[in-house]
Design a protein around this ligand. Structure first.
Ligand code: SF4
Length: 103
């Protein structure tokens, strides 16, 4: 699944990381459809991020790097997330670039 972007992807030249606020996750699995390399539904029915070596990070709010080739998919996930609970931020200053707290 992909969404057309009218503007260049913000943050494409910088290291980004992503985390999920599980308190707001509806468990619909949209993020897993967009980016199964980064997101996975755990047995509690909520989405969690995976480490760069494909390990599910089961701590609520765990943070993982966004692989550059998957940036579009992760950004689309954040935009489409019904819970508004996917947060994409710069590694350097932790400023959110996509998600409910993005400026
Ligand atoms: S898209 Fe958002 S609400 Fe849906 S499973 Fe993923 S994190 Fe949860």
């Amino acid at each position: 699944m992909s969404v057309q972007h009218e503007a260049p992807i913000e943050g494409a030249g910088e290291a980004l990381e992503v985390w999920i606020d599980q308190d707001l996750c509806t468990g619909d699995g949209i993020c897993v459809q967009y980016a199964p390399e980064v997101f996975e539904l755990d047995i509690d029915g909520l989405a969690y991020v995976k480490s760069d070596d494909d390990e599910l990070l089961q701590n609520p709010g765990a943070v993982t790097p966004v692989p550059l080739p998957l940036l579009n998919d992760v950004v689309d996930s954040a935009k489409e997330c019904p819970g508004d609970c996917i947060h994409v931020r710069r590694v350097s200053d932790r400023v959110e670039v996509y998600g409910p707290d993005a400026g």
